[in-house]
Each structure stands twice: as structure tokens, then as C-alpha cells.
Design a protein around this ligand. Sequence first.
Ligand code: BGC
Length: 745
Amino acid sequence: MTQVFDVERVLAELTLEEKASLTSGSDFWHTQPVERAGVPAIMVTDGPHGLRKQAHNPDHLGIGISVPATCFPTAAALGSSWDVDLVRRVGEALGRETRANDVTVLLGPGVNIKRTPLCGRNFEYVSEDPVVAGELGAAIVRGIQSQGVGTALKHFAANNQETDRMRVSADVDERTLREIYLPAFERVVTTAQPWTVMCAYNKVNGTYASEHRWLLTDVLRDEWAFEGLVMSDWGAVHDRVPALAAGLDLQMPASTAGSDEAVVAAVRDGSLDEAVLDVAVRRVLALIARSAQQSRTDLAGAVTFDVDDHHLLAREAAGDGSVLLKNDPVDGTPLLPLTGSFAVIGEFARTPRYQGAGSSQVNPTRLDDALTALGGDVPFAPGFTIAGGPSGDDDALRAQAVEVARSAETVVAFLGLPGPDESEGYDRPRLGLPDNQVATLRAVAEVTPRVVVVLANGSAVAVSEWQHLAPAILETWLGGQAGGSAVADLLTGARNPSGKLTETIPHRLEDTPAFGSFPGELGHVRYGEGVLVGYRWYDTRAFDVAFPFGHGLSYTTFSYSDVAATETSATVTVTNTGSSAGAEVVQVYVRDPEASVLRPTRELKAFGKVSLAPGESRILTFELTRRDLSYWHCGLHRWVVEGGEFVIEVGASSRDIRGSVSIQVAGDPLWGELTAMSTIAEWLEHPVGGPLMQSALTVPADIPPMSEADQAMLAQMPAKVLVTFGMSSFTLADLDDLVAKVAAG
Ligand code: BGC
């Protein structure tokens, strides 16, 4: 049995060289052992939707084979369930497999925001919205860590593209970082305390994340009270000494020649305080001790996992993470669930796309395909080659598909993105499906109006060119090893769809928020759209979209009534008004109709999923906080609520608001420090400075009253400039006096 050691005792015993060595890996997946001091090595490995424990030939690109493990749905699919309890249960299963394989930390979850649908790694991320990403990220962390193993919350921060990911500087303004790119990390850290956080490869505003003191120490530790260890992404450290000083504890994987020595030399020549190194070593030792400690708890012993049970859980999760985008009636009846005979078209029905490429690639314990799950004797035609072979091949396959479609009552077409379209390490080449697939869909739709499209892709694909040809569309994302049987469950009605979109499906690439400033140029990507990311962009700009954020249908229907809200809560009654049991994802948005800064038209602040029998009603209550009403004030460097009207909206999607309540909220003080360069408006708003300025601004009786335009111009003018222009009734000395009086309170 692993012995637990005393961190402080060991730390006191270590040589400087040993300390330096502990702050980098010993190989691709292990930390350094110090046998003399009884410190074992621990193993960490990917992540996020299954265990990728490589026995031989380690690499971080998913090339070398790993031990069999359950390939759960990717974050894109799991997230679309919006189901905190389900996600926690998947986390528990992941934790159990991690534990059973003697691994200490599973490298996930990824909670980076989907800034553009083209990010090659979106399948590993949850949402375009930080509340969804944060809540579900926290749920999976809780689940995994309940099994006595750790997580690595990644990639901190602003890693929203793969192009040039190891060098690019994400240039993001402070408010956008605080409101969009940091809160998912913040929520997971403050509510679930992951054992570790993994820093990103990229730079943030010019500084590598691995050397970013503000991110790794000021925000993560001082503000969010993170207690665990910060490790680097694989190869993200370029200079150990500044990285340690910034708050990076563990470089992964093993350090390059000379890098431990550089740390030792820096301590010896005084450029790195040994106390700083000790802090990092203490955290590495604490992680190793924690892992040893956990193996002595109730969970000790030979942990095993039930492959069948986990496969069933993966099937449930893939089903609940699929989104029924549309289900229009044909001859008065929706096409789904399927009734009568049907044929299957599309290579993806027998060759499933179920995960993305790169470091997250799992070697599944088994693999279901939809064709088999739907009953092996269903008429089938592949319809296209996934790789888009020579056009002759595709023409023949298409002709065959049309023949199969002609004699079927309904056609289910399995379309999706080819594997190489979505990978870690580079971004997607296109928003749409490959032309050969769309051509097959068009040909099939010419012979039957009864077409159901099942999509498999890791992030939004454009559907607007062809969606009129398919009365029903089911988006299954990359659903993991049981995705094939899960889709059969949904198509046949054995399971009722309940997933909703965690990302908007736009019409065109040109409509997307980052268009024009993605993937950047000359080493910089400027987040020019600011806080208008995802639906915040489409709703605020009033752009039409193919399917909005939060949208997803069911085979039953739900009504919303009795929406009520206060500053601290929102309630709604939801009723299942259809004839089958189902689950609804209810969303609470906040709007600030009048604000002195640009605020998105609506922002999600809470959500919940409720299962209801036909005719059943349930009252849902959501908690709201002051933070939910606030924005990040860049002048004051804090969250502020601007007083006045707020609208609390409850809806079934960001474009399907079912009820709203307007409330009046008292604001926070918005004034900052007053100086001679503060504007007249800033002076007048200030509780102390206001009355002082008011009496200083005496206007001689013979001057006519100012017009509205003049007053507006005056309000924007710094007090000092007013003096310089000779327009003030006070002198510079008077002004200095006022500043001093305000400072004195
Ligand atoms: C990825 C990480 C992953 C690591 C180890 C990196 O390239 O960005 O997400 O955990 O490799 O495989």
C-alpha cells in the first residue's frame, strides 16, 4: 500500500536539485519520484471524455494505442444534455475508470468558450456560454473527484482556437475576459475545487499563459482561492523560472535538458527566491500525498468497473445530449419517432463518427453503430464516401441511395463531418457539410419528402442551404461509443429527445461573431467582438440564425406559466402538455434594457432540467445573485450593478422567451477616484465631489441658461480642460483643492 508522507517533513529534507526536479514531469505522463524521501511518482493522463492511458509509445496527439476505456460522449454532446445530475454520474464513472487504472489525475474537463464554430477542438468544450460551461464543468469535476482521483481544469485561459495555438496571443480586453472567458473557470474552481488547473499554450495579451502572474496567481489564487496545483499544458513552458514565479507549479511533460538546472542556478544566483520554488514543490508533494491518501480510504482495494454498466450510461448520456432541431409534420404527422418502414442512407450509419482527433482519443471498450442498432435488416445504402473519393465513386453511391430511398416510406440520412475536419492542433476548414453529402441529400429528397437527417459533428455545421429538404433533423454531435444505439433509441421513440443547443447554429460563417478577427494575423488574434460571443452576438445584432442557443425539441410539448421574479430569484411553472413523458431544459436570462455600457440583449444566468409525465406540472425556482445583474467595470476593476430596470426572462431558448418580469434594482456606487481630469459628469455623480463641483460651477447671472447640447458637451469635459479653456468659474488651484477635499472624504 502507498505510504502517505508528511509534506512539510519531506520538503525540509529535499535538496535544491530534488526540489527543482519535482516541478517537472519524469516522462510523458508521470511526476518525478524521490525514492530516498519516500515520494512516489503519480500518473496523469487524458481526458476529458474517457481515459487515454497509454501503456507504450506515449504521445499527446492520440496516436499511440491506449488501454480500453469507455468512450463517453464528447463535451459537445454531454453539455447539450444540460443535465447536471447526468454529467455528475458520467464523472463518477470516469473517476472509477481512472482509479481502476491507477491514474491520479484525469486531464479534463475543458471549459474554454466556443468563440467560433471553426475551432478544431470545440467537441472537447461545452458551450458558447460561461454559465453552461461552468455548471456542467463543475458537475463533472465533482463526479470524477468523488472517486478519489483528481481533474485538470483546462486550458486556462483564452484558448479558443487551434491555429497557432502554441504561440498566438489572444488579445482580449479586461471586461470580455471577466464576463466571457474566465467565469466558467471561476465557477468550477470556486464551487468544485479541481485538484489541478492546466494552463493554456497560448499567450494572453502578450504573455504566455504559463508565465502569466495575473492569471495564475492574482486571479486564480488570490481572487478565486484555488487550493490545488497548476500544471502546464504539454510543452507550454518556455522558461521555467518566470513560469514558477508567475505561479506555475508543475511543468509537463518531462523537462528538456538543462531546464531543472536553470531553476537551481536561478535560486543560487538569487534571481528566484527559494521560497517561491518551495511553494510549487509543496503543491506537487500535496498532490502526490493526496493521491496516496485516497488509496487508503474506503475506495481502496482493487477498484474495477463494469464495462456494461458504463456502456449503458454512455448510451443514456448520448441520447440525452442529442438535440432534435426540427420535426415538422409531413401529411399532418411529424416524421419522428419513426413509424412504418424506413431505409437508412449514409456511411456514418455503419461507420460512426463518435469522437474527435487528438489527445482526447479513447480506445473504446466497444462501439455501437446505428445501422446495427436499428436492426441489421433495414435497407441501407452508404450514399457517399466519408473522405469524398473520386466523383465517379460518389456518383454510383448516390444513384444506389436514390434507388433505396425510392422504395422506402421514410429515409433516415446519416450525415456529418469527416474525421479530419475536427481535430486538436488545427481548425476546421469549413462550416458546412462536404459537397458530396449534400449532393446525396438533394438527390434523395427529389424522390421523397420524408427525409430525416441525423448529424454527427463536434460543433455547429451550416444547415441553411439544405434544411428545407429535411423535415426532421437530429443533431447527435460526437456521441461516444454508444452513440449508435442512442440514436436508434431516439429515432424509434424508445427515448424522448431532451437535449438543447449549447451553441448557436448560424446561417453563414460571415454571420459568426469572430468572423474577420479569427484566426488572427502576425501572432495576434484580437477578440474584436468583445462580450458579444455566441447568442449574445446574434441576439444583440438581431441576426437571423438557423437554430438559436438553447433550442431543442421533444416528442412532447411543454407550457410555461406563472413566471415571477425578484432580485434574488425567478420561478416558473412548467407543464407537460403532450402525451409522452419528457424532459425540458428551462432557461433564465437577464436583460439590462438601459445601461451606460454595451450589454448583450440577454444573458443566461440559470437553467434547470425537469422530467415530467404527461399532464404533470412542476414549479421551478432559480436563485439569482447581484453578480447575475452586474457587468465588469474596467475603470473600477470590479463587478457593478447599474441601478434601474432589469428584465428577468424565462424561456425555452434564447429566441423563445415564454415569460418575463421587469424589476427595479438599486445600483452599486459607480464612482471612482476623482482627479482634475475627471469629467464634469463624473464629478457631479460623485457623492462628495458632486455638491462641491456644483457650488464651484457658479454661472454669472447675465449669462443665458445653457442649451441641452452645451450641457451635454460640458458633461463630457474634464474639469481641468474647462479651466484651460477659460470656461470655468474656478482656477486650477481651486480644482486641486476640490480634489484634495474629495480624497479626504
Ligand atoms: C493538449 C491537452 C492534453 C495534453 C496531454 C496537449 O496537447 O492540449 O489538452 O491534456 O496534450 O495529452
